[in-house]
Write a protein that binds this ligand. Structure first.
Ligand SMILES: *[C@@H]1O[C@H](CO)[C@@H](O)[C@H](O)[C@H]1NC(C)=O
Ligand SMILES: *[C@@H]1O[C@H](CO)[C@@H](O)[C@H](O)[C@H]1NC(C)=O
Ligand SMILES: *[C@@H]1O[C@H](CO)[C@@H](O)[C@H](O)[C@H]1NC(C)=O
Ligand SMILES: *[C@@H]1O[C@H](CO)[C@@H](O)[C@H](O)[C@H]1NC(C)=O
Length: 461
């Protein structure tokens, strides 16, 4: 009896002091036992960290896009929280075995259309959108409710060198389309906007121009900005990212990654003009994009010798503070990555990097090794607790009340036997409903298809 009392007292105290949040698995559904599988650029095409969105909630419905083993693009829908999945094939097949060529889903709130952009890597993009209202109507789920596949985004010509299509809803319910034009190491980030009828171009907001001089004195004259997200909260748009240099001689060894530094910009006018972390005006989309020589963009400096990952993830808390995950091989393991795959797998660490409202940046190492080359996904609940989905669906959490220091592994996908391929993608829109939905695909070998799943967790439940 006394022992029980003691234990309950201790656990009550622990809860009052704010233990790291828990997650409770509520379901795990099989979407496809034969998802297409091949590894390219260290990833699989159905589950990439940069997908916005591979799995997407809008209102009472959740939507998922993936490629099945016949290469057909599949769209699925279920009514939340636990309706059964309906699927159909879009009239489009994955064109090449390239893990960049993901499916991105978006919804335009003003007319309830579902937008789909897919299958591009420095090529033309493929796009379609649904009839109005399909996002919420619950009408029968079939391909005939979508328009023909085009290589424009509706009426907007986005050129023929497109990568990383992403859809984002603004605070006033417009739908934006973010993408890269140009190529890795020589590209620009671009923004377009849909007003419920037509798409218009906002323009490039980060260009590949300027000169970077590396630690070893080598100059590089072209690059692209890889973004960790394009996130709105309380009216403000915030972006973190890394520069990817074109000249590989900026590295100490050609086996690394030319990514360097973490940069931050924000916009109070939906991506027209940009400020740095100190609040100075630094760019205007279209006419004067930021570049590597723009003053005051770097918030965490790191040279190109540490296997810094691009396109990891970010979120914003209720106070408007940006939280990013970045990952690299810390200096205590050496100052020169010579094989980013093995070095990241053996010694890579993820860091929580966040901006306090006063503009100060704090970086804390997450005390669980990556054990993988791939990226981690950060989401925050309504109480500003953090959940980081590390490769293999390992969910590590930290409470706001601890100042995000009490990192705990709340779910270990490895010991749970999920057998997930490392990287996953998450449903950011569903977090506000208190549920973390994760799209993952099973590990496989060669080109043997494997199962595609959505697993759901109650946050802090
Ligand atoms: C997709 O590939 C299948 C064969 O697997 C073929 O029958 C179908 O016509 C292709 N669809 C398109 C849109 O090319
Ligand atoms: C900024 O805010 C953080 C977090 O509240 C605090 O630790 C830090 O001391 C502040 N810095 C300045 C310069 O006020
Ligand atoms: C997760 O599970 C794996 C496999 O059981 C184990 O090796 C690893 O130590 C676990 N991680 C943690 C942090 O418990
Ligand atoms: C692409 O992947 C498919 C399996 O989905 C495989 O059959 C095919 O051989 C691969 N093509 C190449 C060029 O590797």
């Amino acid at each position: 009896m006394l022992w029980l009392l003691f234990i309950s007292l201790v656990s009550t105290l622990f809860a009052l002091c704010g233990a790291a949040p828990k997650v409770t698995q509520i379901s795990n559904s099989l979407l496809d036992s034969n998802g297409i599988f091949f590894v390219s650029f260290d990833g699989v095409v159905n589950v990439n960290s940069f997908q916005l969105s591979g799995v997407l909630t809008f209102g009472n419905y959740q939507f998922v896009g993936w490629y099945t083993s016949s290469r057909a693009a599949i769209l699925a829908r279920r009514q939340l929280p636990s309706g059964s999945w309906s699927t159909f094939q879009l009239p489009h097949n994955l064109s090449t075995n390239d893990s960049h060529n993901v499916i991105a889903l978006g919804v335009s709130p003003s007319d309830g259309k579902i937008h789909v952009a897919l299958d591009c890597h420095s090529t033309q993009v493929f796009y379609t959108s649904s009839e109005a209202g399909l996002a919420t109507s619950g009408a029968s789920w079939e391909a005939s409710r979508f328009g023909t596949i085009t290589t424009t985004i509706g009426n907007l010509n986005v050129g023929t060198v497109v990568t990383y299509p992403q859809f984002v809803i603004t605070p006033d319910n417009l739908l934006q389309f973010v993408y890269r034009s140009g190529i890795s190491g020589n590209g620009a980030t671009q923004l377009a906007e849909y007003n419920g009828g037509t798409w218009s171009n906002v323009g490039s907001w980060a260009s590949g121009s300027g000169t970077y001089t590396s630690t070893n004195g080598v100059q590089s004259t072209a690059r692209n900005l890889y973004i960790h997200g394009f996130t709105y909260r309380s009216g403000s748009l915030q972006v973190t990212g890394t520069w990817r240099e074109q000249n590989s001689a900026v590295m100490c060894n050609s086996g690394g990654l030319t990514n360097h530094d973490t940069v931050f910009i924000s916009s109070a006018d939906k991506g027209r003009t940009w400020k740095n972390s100190a609040g100075s005006n630094v760019g205007t989309s279209g006419s004067s994009p930021v570049n590597v020589n723009t003053a005051g963009l770097i918030v965490d400096s790191l040279n190109a010798d540490h296997g810094l990952m691009n396109q990891e993830s970010q979120d914003i808390d209720s106070a408007g503070q940006l939280h990013a995950i970045i990952s690299y091989v810390p200096g205590r393991f050496g100052q020169c990555v010579t094989n980013y795959v093995t070095d990241r797998t053996n010694n890579g660490r993820a860091f929580h990097l966040y901006r306090s409202s006063n503009g100060t940046w704090t970086k804390v190492e997450i005390p669980f090794p990556l054990n993988a080359v791939g990226r981690s996904q950060i989401v925050m609940d309504s109480a500003d607790n953090i959940y980081v989905v590390m490769p293999f669906v390992r969910i590590v959490t930290a409470s706001k009340s601890s100042g995000w220091t009490d990192w705990t592994m709340a779910f270990n996908g490895t010991s749970a036997g999920l057998n997930a391929f490392g990287e996953v993608t998450v449903d950011r829109a569903r977090i506000s409903q208190g549920v973390l939905s994760i799209l993952y695909q099973l590990s496989s070998t060669g080109t043997t298809p494997s199962a595609v799943h959505v697993i759901d967790f109650q946050l802090n439940g």
